[in-house]
Ligand binder design. Structure first.
Ligand code: SAM
Ligand code: SF4
Ligand code: SF4
Length: 338
């Protein structure tokens, strides 16, 4: 198979593949999987519906042939998928994957960090919305304290999965007063925090614009305490805007998809746990690839299907966000992993 970079209708190349390996999670963050909806009786995908590690790796190989160089494993919570380190090793062995990362809530990370590093994981992003236990307990929807997450981060650092990025979703009136504390802790420990504007993903979190603290407001908050200057992206299409502290002690990032959308640079395709390709975080639905993986289709046939999906992509949801689009049917974040 020849490598042919594929462009969408806005000439955006396909560079990143984000793979959601499960729709299950051990947290119930209200902005993602509200506990009232995802209760004991909630029917998650049965095992046979999930793509196998072999099927996922096959898609990765095909996607590399279309320009993908960066792969991120996410979920749901990727560490609740059994033997996830085996998938990491399989993807790490694919020629052409230059960056392999994972996003996790880190609750199970202390038992996995070394295995993941040995399997070939390059980087890890840990979601941690606040260091204040009371706030964190609310934001994970399970009443878990930060202790295990901090253990997980320590283990990742010890295993050499560095530098570690710390993602915090910012909700006005919920965790905004603890952002500076999180930034300070990250500075002290050599991690890079990335503050994410609360987004209207999915249909379940009852999102309201009033609950969004904008990128500008977040930067102002951090800069008041730790003066910083904006710096350019490390690579084309980097979604976080970067700010470097003037005292030279690291940096922080802001993901401003609500107040300053970046659809023009969006090079990401998502693969859902049951094998749908989803071309936008806010898409209504995805296109099934699992049938092709299971019906004897050749790699070339699957490649053509992906070329068709990406080639006809017109997504620019965040640039068109309005009261009407917010209410639209959308795939859920826990399902496609961000
Ligand atoms: N469970 C893993 C975790 O939380 O890191 C991976 C999946 S989670 C869906 C991926 C990222 O999406 C997390 O950093 C999470 O904070 C973010 N996220 C989920 N819902 C969000 C929302 N409504 N707005 C902004 N970010 C959100
Ligand atoms: Fe789980 Fe991550 Fe969603 Fe929180 S953000 S409920 S940890 S998938
Ligand atoms: Fe990409 Fe869709 Fe987000 Fe725009 S709204 S940056 S197209 S995922």
């Amino acid at each position: 198979m020849n490598n042919v970079p594929v462009l969408d209708t806005f000439k955006r190349p396909l560079r990143d593949l984000r793979i959601s390996v499960t729709d299950r999670c051990n947290f119930r963050c209200p902005y993602c999987m509200p506990a009232e909806i995802f209760g004991d009786r909630y029917q998650f995908l049965p095992r046979e519906d999930l793509l196998t590690f072999e099927e996922i790796t096959r898609i990765v190989k095909i996607a590399v042939g279309l320009g993908v160089t960066k792969v991120r494993i996410t979920g749901g919570e990727p560490l609740v998928r059994q033997n996830i380190e085996e998938l990491v090793a399989m993807i790490a062995a694919v020629d052409g994957v230059s960056d392999l990362a994972m996003t996790t809530n880190a609750y199970l990370l202390s038992g996995y960090a070394e295995k993941l590093k040995n399997a070939g994981l390059k980087r890890i992003t840990v979601s941690l919305d606040s260091l204040e236990d009371e706030i964190f307990q609310k934001m994970n929807g399970r009443g878990f304290s930060t202790a295990r997450v901090l253990d997980g981060i320590r283990a990742a650092k010890e295993a050499g999965l560095q530098p570690i990025k710390i993602n915090a979703v910012v909700q006005k009136g919920v965790n905004d007063e603890t952002l500076v504390g999180l930034a300070e802790w990250c500075r002290d420990n050599g991690h890079t925090p990335r503050f994410i504007e609360y987004m209207d993903v999915g249909t379940l979190n009852d999102w309201k614009l009033e609950e969004v603290l904008t990128a500008e407001e977040i930067v102002q908050l951090i800069e008041e305490r730790f003066p910083a200057d904006p710096v350019g992206p490390t690579y084309p299409g980097e979604v976080a805007k970067r700010y470097r502290y003037r005292d030279g002690n690291g940096e922080f990032g802001i993901i401003s998809s609500v107040s300053q959308p970046f659809c023009g640079d969006c090079t990401r395709m998502r693969l859902s746990p049951e094998g749908k390709s989803v071309t936008c975080l806010f898409a209504e639905t995805g296109t099934d690839l699992r049938d092709s993986l299971r019906d004897g289709s050749t790699d070339d046939e699957i490649k053509k299907a992906i070329i068709g999906i990406w080639g006809s992509r017109k997504d620019r949801y965040s640039e068109q966000r309005s009261e009407e689009t917010v209410k639209r049917k959308k795939v859920e974040m826990y399902h496609i992993g961000g």
